[in-house]
Design a protein. Structure first.
Length: 312
């Protein structure tokens, strides 16, 4: 492998520290706090999934980590450096691939290269990225000539082009059909093995979170009463105690060392739950070990699966 490429690849996976973050927007109805009292450390090389009801601030949090917005309170650092606007340490990809239609796939990927990367070095890096996402054959095609899955792979390659320390993904597979989405999961894991970066993945898909992530962070909608009625808490507590997923506001931790590690927060901040996914990747999607975890997460999202511990 040419030396130039090796040096580009060695950007270390970043450690993200989110400290006491609040984001309040001013709106016509007055200030609206979307994120509050948010503390989180994302380990170097970790994949963390963020789930939560629509409008709870998932994209807002991702934008803060990516330097596209600033917290009203608190601080975010990557490897001890404060995030700056359009931070070089991070790259972000969205649900829509956002490719330039008049450029080829290869040219779109090249747009992600660090400034000043030119000539042979640029060409080789783009070729390497296209190979990584399985698009070598489509290098000269335009976005409208390729499938949605291929366009999304190009978008991933463009984000990876700058060798980010932290890759931020905002529902990246949300618009894809089910089969393509499953394939993209494995591609993402392959990429993570080949170019280990820290990944913060926003998703509305609990299965996706469990399959991909080391930990799942569930955010709470601070304005839930506007949108949906409060759900009875007793059921959450019961599920929490059977699955090892802590109930809101409870300080308990899991009793068995094999159970999911739990960190719960006795505050009214944005974090509803922070759950470790047991086992190592690649995971068995159907493993029984995930049944309680899945049920607990869905329950936290307000989805009743009518699965109890007895019939799961
Ligand atoms: N620039 C902004 N000004 C005012 N409100 C905003 C702004 N950006 C986001 N919001 C509000 O913040 C809340 C969270 O938005 P978002 O982070 O996009 O939610 P999610 O990604 O979890 O669905 C929403 O109520 C949204 O309307
Ligand atoms: Mg969003």
């Amino acid at each position: 492998m040419p030396e130039t490429i090796e040096t580009q690849q060695t950007a270390p996976a970043g450690r993200v520290r989110i400290e006491n973050v609040e984001r309040t927007f001013s709106t016509q109805e007055g200030p609206r706090t979307v994120l509050r009292d948010l503390d989180l450390d994302v380990n170097s090389g970790e994949i963390i999934a963020i789930v939560g009801p629509s409008g709870c601030g998932k994209s807002t949090l991702l934008r803060l980590v990516g330097g596209l917005d600033s917290p009203t309170e608190g601080a975010i650092t990557i490897d001890e450096d404060r995030i700056r606007a359009h931070d070089d340490h991070t790259a972000i990809a969205f649900q829509e691939p956002r490719l330039l239609p008049w450029r080829t796939i290869a040219q779109n990927v090249a747009l992600g290269l660090p400034r000043g990367t030119r000539g042979r070095q640029a060409k080789e890096r783009v070729a390497e990225l296209l190979e990584l996402v399985g698009l070598t054959h489509a290098a000269d095609q335009r976005p409208r000539e390729v499938s949605g899955g291929m366009a999304q792979r190009a978008s991933l390659a463009r984000a990876l082009a700058r060798s980010p320390r932290v890759l931020l993904l905002d529902e990246p597979f949300g618009a894809l059909d089910a089969l393509t989405r499953l394939k993209m999961h494995d591609l993402l894991l392959e990429i993570h093995r080949a170019q280990p970066t820290t990944i913060v993945l926003v998703t509305h898909d609990v299965e996706e979170a469990i399959y991909l992530a080391d930990r799942v962070l569930m955010l709470r909608n601070l304005h839930a009463t506007d949108a949906e009625p409060e759900r009875p808490r007793a059921k959450v507590v019961a599920l929490g105690s059977s699955s090892g997923i802590g109930a809101l506001g409870s300080a308990r931790t899991s009793e068995s060392p094999h159970e999911t590690a739990v960190k719960t927060r006795p505050t009214n901040g944005s974090i509803a739950r922070l759950v470790s996914v047991p086992g190592t990747r690649p995971r068995d999607r159907g493993a029984r070990a995930f049944t309680d975890l899945r049920t607990g997460l869905l329950d936290g999202l307000g989805v009743h699966k009518h699965i109890t511990k007895e019939n799961a």
